[in-house]
Design a protein. Structure first.
Length: 366
Protein backbone atom coordinates (compact mmCIF):
# COMPACT_ATOMS: atom_id res chain seq x y z
CA UNK A 1 0.00 0.00 0.00
CA UNK A 2 2.81 2.38 0.88
CA UNK A 3 4.61 1.62 -2.38
CA UNK A 4 1.42 2.32 -4.35
CA UNK A 5 0.99 5.71 -2.67
CA UNK A 6 4.64 6.54 -3.34
CA UNK A 7 4.23 5.59 -7.02
CA UNK A 8 1.17 7.82 -7.34
CA UNK A 9 3.06 10.65 -5.68
CA UNK A 10 5.93 10.20 -8.15
CA UNK A 11 3.54 10.26 -11.12
CA UNK A 12 1.71 13.41 -10.07
CA UNK A 13 2.43 16.42 -12.26
CA UNK A 14 3.27 19.81 -10.82
CA UNK A 15 -0.30 21.02 -10.42
CA UNK A 16 0.79 24.53 -9.54
CA UNK A 17 2.61 24.83 -12.86
CA UNK A 18 -0.31 23.29 -14.73
CA UNK A 19 -2.82 25.75 -13.25
CA UNK A 20 -0.44 28.64 -13.86
CA UNK A 21 0.00 27.71 -17.53
CA UNK A 22 -3.76 27.47 -18.01
CA UNK A 23 -4.28 30.86 -16.36
CA UNK A 24 -1.58 32.51 -18.49
CA UNK A 25 -3.00 30.98 -21.66
CA UNK A 26 -6.51 32.24 -20.94
CA UNK A 27 -5.21 35.70 -20.01
CA UNK A 28 -3.20 35.71 -23.22
CA UNK A 29 -6.29 34.98 -25.32
CA UNK A 30 -8.17 37.81 -23.59
CA UNK A 31 -5.25 40.17 -24.25
CA UNK A 32 -5.08 39.22 -27.95
CA UNK A 33 -8.84 39.68 -28.33
CA UNK A 34 -8.56 43.15 -26.86
CA UNK A 35 -5.33 44.38 -28.48
CA UNK A 36 -6.02 43.01 -31.97
CA UNK A 37 -9.67 44.09 -32.38
CA UNK A 38 -9.10 47.45 -34.16
CA UNK A 39 -6.60 46.01 -36.64
CA UNK A 40 -8.74 42.92 -37.27
CA UNK A 41 -11.78 45.10 -37.91
CA UNK A 42 -9.78 47.36 -40.23
CA UNK A 43 -8.18 44.55 -42.27
CA UNK A 44 -10.69 41.67 -42.12
CA UNK A 45 -13.90 43.46 -41.09
CA UNK A 46 -14.07 41.05 -38.14
CA UNK A 47 -12.75 42.28 -34.81
CA UNK A 48 -12.46 38.71 -33.53
CA UNK A 49 -10.41 37.43 -36.48
CA UNK A 50 -7.03 37.29 -34.73
CA UNK A 51 -8.32 35.88 -31.46
CA UNK A 52 -10.21 33.13 -33.32
CA UNK A 53 -6.97 32.18 -35.07
CA UNK A 54 -5.08 32.32 -31.77
CA UNK A 55 -7.75 30.17 -30.11
CA UNK A 56 -7.24 27.44 -32.74
CA UNK A 57 -3.51 27.41 -32.08
CA UNK A 58 -4.13 27.59 -28.33
CA UNK A 59 -6.31 24.46 -28.43
CA UNK A 60 -3.65 22.68 -30.51
CA UNK A 61 -0.99 23.80 -28.03
CA UNK A 62 -2.98 22.58 -25.03
CA UNK A 63 -3.51 19.21 -26.70
CA UNK A 64 0.25 19.03 -27.33
CA UNK A 65 0.89 19.96 -23.69
CA UNK A 66 -1.37 17.16 -22.43
CA UNK A 67 0.14 14.60 -24.82
CA UNK A 68 3.76 15.45 -24.02
CA UNK A 69 3.05 15.63 -20.30
CA UNK A 70 2.24 11.90 -20.56
CA UNK A 71 5.15 10.89 -22.82
CA UNK A 72 8.22 10.23 -20.69
CA UNK A 73 10.92 12.83 -21.16
CA UNK A 74 13.46 10.14 -22.17
CA UNK A 75 11.69 10.09 -25.56
CA UNK A 76 13.30 13.44 -26.32
CA UNK A 77 16.79 12.06 -25.67
CA UNK A 78 16.19 9.39 -28.31
CA UNK A 79 14.97 11.80 -30.99
CA UNK A 80 17.13 14.84 -30.10
CA UNK A 81 19.64 14.55 -32.94
CA UNK A 82 17.22 13.96 -35.86
CA UNK A 83 14.81 16.59 -34.54
CA UNK A 84 17.51 19.23 -34.37
CA UNK A 85 18.82 18.61 -37.87
CA UNK A 86 15.30 18.48 -39.31
CA UNK A 87 14.68 21.90 -37.76
CA UNK A 88 17.95 23.12 -39.32
CA UNK A 89 16.73 21.92 -42.71
CA UNK A 90 13.51 23.88 -42.17
CA UNK A 91 15.63 26.97 -41.46
CA UNK A 92 17.27 26.45 -44.84
CA UNK A 93 13.91 25.94 -46.57
CA UNK A 94 12.57 29.21 -45.17
CA UNK A 95 15.35 31.05 -47.01
CA UNK A 96 14.32 29.65 -50.41
CA UNK A 97 11.97 31.95 -52.39
CA UNK A 98 8.83 30.15 -53.48
CA UNK A 99 8.87 27.79 -50.51
CA UNK A 100 8.34 30.50 -47.92
CA UNK A 101 7.03 34.03 -47.66
CA UNK A 102 8.27 37.22 -46.08
CA UNK A 103 6.76 40.14 -44.18
CA UNK A 104 8.21 43.40 -42.88
CA UNK A 105 11.50 42.68 -44.63
CA UNK A 106 12.08 39.28 -43.02
CA UNK A 107 11.63 35.78 -44.47
CA UNK A 108 10.47 33.68 -41.50
CA UNK A 109 7.42 31.62 -42.47
CA UNK A 110 6.78 28.39 -44.36
CA UNK A 111 3.31 27.79 -45.80
CA UNK A 112 1.57 24.43 -46.12
CA UNK A 113 -1.80 25.31 -47.62
CA UNK A 114 -3.70 27.36 -45.04
CA UNK A 115 -1.12 26.68 -42.33
CA UNK A 116 1.84 29.00 -41.79
CA UNK A 117 4.56 28.34 -39.24
CA UNK A 118 7.94 29.71 -38.14
CA UNK A 119 10.80 27.18 -38.11
CA UNK A 120 12.80 29.50 -35.83
CA UNK A 121 10.24 28.96 -33.07
CA UNK A 122 10.63 25.18 -33.43
CA UNK A 123 14.42 25.51 -33.12
CA UNK A 124 14.02 26.94 -29.61
CA UNK A 125 12.71 23.55 -28.53
CA UNK A 126 15.04 21.38 -30.60
CA UNK A 127 18.18 23.25 -29.50
CA UNK A 128 17.22 22.80 -25.84
CA UNK A 129 16.67 19.07 -26.36
CA UNK A 130 19.86 18.63 -28.41
CA UNK A 131 22.16 20.40 -25.97
CA UNK A 132 20.65 18.43 -23.08
CA UNK A 133 21.51 15.26 -25.03
CA UNK A 134 25.08 16.51 -25.59
CA UNK A 135 25.44 17.20 -21.86
CA UNK A 136 24.65 13.56 -21.10
CA UNK A 137 27.12 12.38 -23.74
CA UNK A 138 29.94 14.45 -22.16
CA UNK A 139 30.98 15.91 -25.49
CA UNK A 140 33.90 18.31 -25.88
CA UNK A 141 33.21 22.03 -25.49
CA UNK A 142 33.16 22.71 -29.23
CA UNK A 143 30.30 20.24 -29.70
CA UNK A 144 28.06 22.40 -27.49
CA UNK A 145 28.62 25.59 -29.45
CA UNK A 146 28.51 24.17 -32.98
CA UNK A 147 24.69 23.73 -33.06
CA UNK A 148 24.27 27.25 -31.68
CA UNK A 149 26.43 28.71 -34.45
CA UNK A 150 24.62 26.71 -37.15
CA UNK A 151 21.10 27.52 -35.94
CA UNK A 152 21.90 31.12 -35.00
CA UNK A 153 23.61 31.79 -38.32
CA UNK A 154 20.64 30.52 -40.34
CA UNK A 155 18.16 32.50 -38.24
CA UNK A 156 20.20 35.66 -38.77
CA UNK A 157 19.90 35.18 -42.53
CA UNK A 158 16.11 35.66 -42.25
CA UNK A 159 17.03 38.09 -40.50
CA UNK A 160 15.83 37.70 -36.89
CA UNK A 161 18.21 38.99 -34.22
CA UNK A 162 15.67 38.60 -31.40
CA UNK A 163 15.17 34.87 -31.93
CA UNK A 164 18.92 34.40 -32.37
CA UNK A 165 19.47 36.00 -28.96
CA UNK A 166 16.90 33.66 -27.39
CA UNK A 167 18.49 30.59 -28.99
CA UNK A 168 21.91 31.63 -27.67
CA UNK A 169 20.41 32.36 -24.24
CA UNK A 170 18.95 28.85 -24.11
CA UNK A 171 22.21 27.28 -25.18
CA UNK A 172 24.52 29.30 -22.95
CA UNK A 173 22.30 28.68 -19.90
CA UNK A 174 22.34 24.95 -20.52
CA UNK A 175 26.08 24.89 -21.24
CA UNK A 176 26.74 26.77 -17.99
CA UNK A 177 24.51 24.30 -16.12
CA UNK A 178 26.38 21.40 -17.73
CA UNK A 179 29.54 22.60 -15.97
CA UNK A 180 31.96 23.24 -18.83
CA UNK A 181 35.25 24.96 -17.84
CA UNK A 182 34.82 28.63 -16.94
CA UNK A 183 37.55 29.70 -19.34
CA UNK A 184 35.79 28.06 -22.28
CA UNK A 185 32.47 29.57 -21.29
CA UNK A 186 33.94 33.07 -20.87
CA UNK A 187 35.75 32.85 -24.22
CA UNK A 188 32.58 31.78 -26.00
CA UNK A 189 30.64 34.55 -24.28
CA UNK A 190 33.20 37.12 -25.41
CA UNK A 191 32.98 35.90 -28.99
CA UNK A 192 29.19 36.07 -28.75
CA UNK A 193 29.27 39.69 -27.56
CA UNK A 194 31.64 40.68 -30.36
CA UNK A 195 29.40 38.89 -32.84
CA UNK A 196 26.32 40.75 -31.59
CA UNK A 197 28.13 44.09 -31.92
CA UNK A 198 29.18 43.20 -35.46
CA UNK A 199 25.61 42.26 -36.38
CA UNK A 200 24.34 45.62 -35.11
CA UNK A 201 27.00 47.65 -36.90
CA UNK A 202 26.59 45.85 -40.25
CA UNK A 203 22.83 46.42 -40.54
CA UNK A 204 21.31 49.89 -40.95
CA UNK A 205 18.00 48.66 -39.50
CA UNK A 206 19.59 47.18 -36.37
CA UNK A 207 21.85 50.21 -36.05
CA UNK A 208 18.79 52.48 -36.10
CA UNK A 209 17.16 50.36 -33.39
CA UNK A 210 20.28 50.68 -31.25
CA UNK A 211 20.56 54.44 -31.82
CA UNK A 212 16.88 54.77 -30.91
CA UNK A 213 17.63 52.96 -27.66
CA UNK A 214 20.46 55.38 -26.89
CA UNK A 215 18.45 58.50 -27.75
CA UNK A 216 14.67 58.48 -27.99
CA UNK A 217 14.05 62.13 -28.82
CA UNK A 218 15.86 62.78 -32.09
CA UNK A 219 13.22 61.47 -34.52
CA UNK A 220 9.82 61.17 -32.75
CA UNK A 221 7.87 60.55 -35.98
CA UNK A 222 10.50 58.29 -37.57
CA UNK A 223 12.74 55.68 -36.01
CA UNK A 224 11.77 56.72 -32.45
CA UNK A 225 8.03 56.44 -33.11
CA UNK A 226 7.58 52.84 -31.94
CA UNK A 227 9.29 53.15 -28.56
CA UNK A 228 7.66 56.54 -27.91
CA UNK A 229 4.21 55.05 -28.46
CA UNK A 230 5.09 52.18 -26.12
CA UNK A 231 6.21 54.56 -23.39
CA UNK A 232 3.12 56.70 -23.97
CA UNK A 233 0.92 53.64 -23.44
CA UNK A 234 2.80 52.70 -20.27
CA UNK A 235 2.50 56.24 -18.90
CA UNK A 236 -1.19 56.51 -19.79
CA UNK A 237 -1.95 53.44 -17.69
CA UNK A 238 -0.93 55.10 -14.45
CA UNK A 239 -1.42 53.17 -11.25
CA UNK A 240 -4.61 51.23 -12.03
CA UNK A 241 -5.00 51.59 -15.80
CA UNK A 242 -7.68 53.13 -18.00
CA UNK A 243 -9.82 50.00 -17.84
CA UNK A 244 -9.95 46.74 -19.78
CA UNK A 245 -10.85 47.46 -23.39
CA UNK A 246 -10.51 51.23 -22.93
CA UNK A 247 -6.93 51.69 -24.17
CA UNK A 248 -6.27 54.04 -27.10
CA UNK A 249 -2.87 52.94 -28.39
CA UNK A 250 -4.30 49.77 -29.96
CA UNK A 251 -6.30 51.94 -32.40
CA UNK A 252 -3.50 51.70 -34.98
CA UNK A 253 -1.22 54.12 -33.10
CA UNK A 254 1.11 51.47 -31.65
CA UNK A 255 2.89 49.18 -34.15
CA UNK A 256 2.66 45.42 -33.44
CA UNK A 257 0.00 46.05 -30.80
CA UNK A 258 -1.15 42.42 -30.62
CA UNK A 259 2.27 40.81 -31.10
CA UNK A 260 5.61 42.06 -29.79
CA UNK A 261 4.18 45.21 -28.15
CA UNK A 262 1.12 43.65 -26.51
CA UNK A 263 2.47 44.28 -23.00
CA UNK A 264 2.20 48.04 -23.65
CA UNK A 265 -1.53 47.63 -24.37
CA UNK A 266 -1.94 45.50 -21.25
CA UNK A 267 -0.08 48.09 -19.14
CA UNK A 268 -2.21 50.92 -20.49
CA UNK A 269 -5.42 49.12 -19.54
CA UNK A 270 -4.57 47.47 -16.20
CA UNK A 271 -1.93 49.92 -14.95
CA UNK A 272 1.14 49.51 -12.79
CA UNK A 273 -0.59 47.40 -10.13
CA UNK A 274 -2.01 45.00 -12.72
CA UNK A 275 1.39 44.71 -14.39
CA UNK A 276 3.00 43.84 -11.06
CA UNK A 277 0.46 41.02 -10.66
CA UNK A 278 1.24 39.74 -14.17
CA UNK A 279 4.99 39.93 -13.58
CA UNK A 280 4.44 38.00 -10.34
CA UNK A 281 2.77 35.22 -12.36
CA UNK A 282 5.69 35.17 -14.78
CA UNK A 283 8.18 35.08 -11.91
CA UNK A 284 6.35 32.19 -10.30
CA UNK A 285 6.43 30.31 -13.60
CA UNK A 286 10.23 30.66 -13.71
CA UNK A 287 10.44 29.53 -10.08
CA UNK A 288 8.37 26.41 -10.79
CA UNK A 289 10.51 25.61 -13.83
CA UNK A 290 13.75 25.91 -11.85
CA UNK A 291 12.24 23.88 -9.01
CA UNK A 292 11.46 21.08 -11.46
CA UNK A 293 15.03 21.30 -12.79
CA UNK A 294 16.44 21.07 -9.27
CA UNK A 295 14.36 17.95 -8.49
CA UNK A 296 14.82 16.34 -11.91
CA UNK A 297 15.64 12.61 -11.74
CA UNK A 298 18.73 12.65 -14.00
CA UNK A 299 21.21 14.89 -15.81
CA UNK A 300 19.34 14.96 -19.13
CA UNK A 301 16.03 16.01 -17.60
CA UNK A 302 17.78 18.57 -15.40
CA UNK A 303 19.59 20.29 -18.29
CA UNK A 304 16.45 20.09 -20.44
CA UNK A 305 14.28 21.69 -17.74
CA UNK A 306 16.87 24.45 -17.31
CA UNK A 307 16.85 25.11 -21.06
CA UNK A 308 13.07 25.21 -21.36
CA UNK A 309 12.78 27.55 -18.38
CA UNK A 310 15.57 29.78 -19.74
CA UNK A 311 13.75 29.91 -23.08
CA UNK A 312 10.40 31.06 -21.74
CA UNK A 313 11.78 33.10 -18.85
CA UNK A 314 14.42 34.73 -21.06
CA UNK A 315 11.83 35.74 -23.64
CA UNK A 316 9.65 37.24 -20.94
CA UNK A 317 12.56 39.27 -19.58
CA UNK A 318 13.76 40.49 -22.99
CA UNK A 319 10.26 41.47 -24.10
CA UNK A 320 9.45 43.36 -20.90
CA UNK A 321 12.89 44.98 -20.81
CA UNK A 322 12.36 46.26 -24.36
CA UNK A 323 8.93 47.62 -23.41
CA UNK A 324 10.44 49.80 -20.67
CA UNK A 325 13.44 50.79 -22.82
CA UNK A 326 16.02 48.85 -20.80
CA UNK A 327 17.18 47.09 -23.97
CA UNK A 328 16.65 47.90 -27.67
CA UNK A 329 13.51 46.62 -29.39
CA UNK A 330 14.32 43.24 -30.93
CA UNK A 331 10.94 41.84 -32.00
CA UNK A 332 10.72 39.12 -29.34
CA UNK A 333 7.15 37.91 -28.59
CA UNK A 334 5.81 37.74 -25.04
CA UNK A 335 5.15 34.06 -24.21
CA UNK A 336 1.46 33.12 -23.76
CA UNK A 337 0.35 36.63 -24.76
CA UNK A 338 1.70 37.74 -28.14
CA UNK A 339 -0.32 36.76 -31.19
CA UNK A 340 1.43 33.97 -33.10
CA UNK A 341 0.43 30.36 -33.53
CA UNK A 342 3.83 28.66 -33.77
CA UNK A 343 5.14 30.50 -30.72
CA UNK A 344 2.13 29.58 -28.58
CA UNK A 345 2.13 25.91 -29.62
CA UNK A 346 5.86 25.53 -28.95
CA UNK A 347 5.66 27.27 -25.56
CA UNK A 348 2.80 24.98 -24.49
CA UNK A 349 4.72 21.96 -25.81
CA UNK A 350 7.67 23.01 -23.63
CA UNK A 351 5.30 23.28 -20.67
CA UNK A 352 4.10 19.73 -21.37
CA UNK A 353 7.68 18.47 -21.23
CA UNK A 354 8.27 20.32 -17.96
CA UNK A 355 5.11 18.74 -16.54
CA UNK A 356 6.34 15.29 -17.53
CA UNK A 357 9.70 15.89 -15.88
CA UNK A 358 7.83 16.98 -12.75
CA UNK A 359 5.83 13.74 -12.96
CA UNK A 360 9.08 11.82 -12.75
CA UNK A 361 10.71 13.89 -10.02
CA UNK A 362 11.55 12.29 -6.72
CA UNK A 363 8.78 12.74 -4.21
CA UNK A 364 9.60 15.87 -2.28
CA UNK A 365 7.61 18.63 -0.72
CA UNK A 366 6.47 21.01 -3.43
Amino acid sequence: MGNLQLKKQHERVDRKLLILVLVLTVLGLIAVADASAPQALNVFNDKFYFVKEQLKWGVLGLVAMVVFSKIKYTFWARVATPLFWISVILLVVVLIPGLSYSALGARRWISFGPVNFQPAEIVKLTIAVYIAKLAVSDKKTLAYFLPLVVAGGLIMLEPDLGTTLVVFLIGFTQIFSAGIPWLHFAAAGGVGVLGAIALVLTSSYRKDRFLTFLSQSQDPLGRDYHIRQILLALGSGGLFGVGLGQGRQKYLFLPEASTDSIFAIIAEEIGFVGCLALIALFTYFIYRGLTIARKAPDRFSQILAVGLTAWIGGQIFLNLAAMVALVPLTGIPLPFFSYGGTSLVMVLTACGILLNISRNCHAKAR
